[in-house]
Write a protein that binds this ligand. Structure first.
Ligand code: NAG
Ligand code: NAG
Length: 348
């Protein structure tokens, strides 16, 4: 008992230390309000303003969206159309699965095996948007986000992302110039972040989704804090909730369709918008599962020891125990691997 307990405690200490180290960015995310980089309302002309935009346009006039194929479900059509109608002079690119695959294979072959190997379609949908923004530049918009006004005033930055409450940023609308250093960093970080976590939700959030993006964003700001923000091309501005969709004068409108089609797509969008809640819940669930496994494990050991103690002489049992204790530890490990795979197969 003592030896296995020691191993368990040691492993726990190592894991907790690693976790604390890795969540230090997460913790600092909690207090990051992005105010230093917020796009202020005073910078933006009022909608339908006759004042012409005097700032230079930096971001190219391209709208990127993604879907499985060309048949957009009816409940997303109005959102998609609202952006197309308001921007007849913009190039519009719908990134279908086939098109995404061809693009990665042709332009970024080093990423193809990771891209194809992603277990969840959402991960591909997440990853492709970073690549097309870094490659072509433009504005990426999720299919459930419609446009309420022209996006021209948002083209005067080198890059921007969208703030989520209470913390972090989302990847549902974002924009950049081609080869923007932040999105190049995001692109290059995808392979390293391609790890499996206990739950598919966490795996998606942390490998490609908003959690992944938020952590890189936070580190990015920390590493470049010494630069003059007005001269630094790598600065990432932040679209705040007011400008995003809270008001009549905001840029976007989130559509809620109610047709049966696209239910899973809606869930994906919902996940993107509530990633913090899901992450916290996921970590809690993982902790509960871990504790339950440990409880079961210690029960098995106690039972085994009792049985042995009943059968053999106490001295022999005491002698044998440390040798035998390696076996349940191994079993526990392979047992947890199996449940892990089962959980993973229930795709999100
Ligand atoms: C801007 O003009 C359009 C078309 O005239 C109108 O539908 C829309 O309500 C106006 N928006 C605002 C915020 O005034
Ligand atoms: C597009 O994908 C949807 C969902 O998988 C499918 O139902 C539909 O038949 C596909 N459409 C085409 C044209 O392949």
């Amino acid at each position: 008992m003592r030896r296995s307990l020691l191993i368990f405690l040691l492993a726990t200490v190592v894991i907790v230390t690693l976790l604390l180290h890795s969540v230090s960015t997460l913790l600092s995310l909690l207090i990051e309000d992005a105010s230093a980089d917020a796009i202020h309302r005073s910078e933006l002309p009022a909608p339908n303003s006759t004042l012409l935009e005097t700032r230079p346009q930096l971001i190219p006039k391209i709208i990127h969206q993604t879907y499985i194929n060309e048949s957009i479900p009816p409940n997303w059509k109005p959102a998609q159309q609202s952006c197309i109608d308001l921007h007849p002079d913009y190039e519009y690119i719908l990134w279908t699965d086939a098109k995404c695959h061809d693009f990665i294979a042709k332009e970024y072959p080093w990423f193809l095996s990771t891209f194809v190997g992603y277990k969840h379609n959402i991960q591909r949908a997440d990853a492709i948007r970073y690549f097309v923004l870094a490659h072509y530049g433009g504005i990426y918009i999720d299919l459930d986000d419609g446009c309420k006004r022209r996006l021209d005033p948002l083209l005067s930055y080198t890059a921007w992302v969208r703030r989520t409450r209470p913390t972090g940023i989302s990847n549902d609308v974002m924009a950049a110039i081609p080869q923007h250093p932040f999105f190049l960093r995001v692109m290059e970080s995808l392979q390293g972040a391609n790890r499996s976590w206990l739950l598919p939700y966490i795996t998606i959030m942390a490998s490609t989704g908003p959690l992944f993006l938020s952590v890189i964003w936070k580190k990015w700001m920390g590493q470049h804090a010494h630069l003059d923000p007005d001269k630094w091309i790598g600065r990432v501005r932040v679209l705040m909730p007011d400008e995003y969709n809270k008001h009549a004068w905001s840029f976007f409108k989130t559509y809620k369709g109610d047709s049966w089609h696209g239910k899973d797509a809606r869930f994906i969008f919902w996940m993107g918008k509530n990633w913090l809640l899901l992450t916290v819940l996921g970590f809690l669930l993982a902790a509960v599962v871990g504790l339950a496994i440990w409880w079961l494990y210690s029960r098995v050991i106690t039972l085994g020891a009792r049985r042995r103690a009943a059968g053999a002489s106490p001295r022999l049992a005491a002698f044998r125990f440390p040798v035998v204790s390696g076996v349940p530890l191994f079993r526990k490990w392979s047992g947890s691997q199996q449940t892990y795979e089962l959980v993973e197969q229930h795709d999100a």
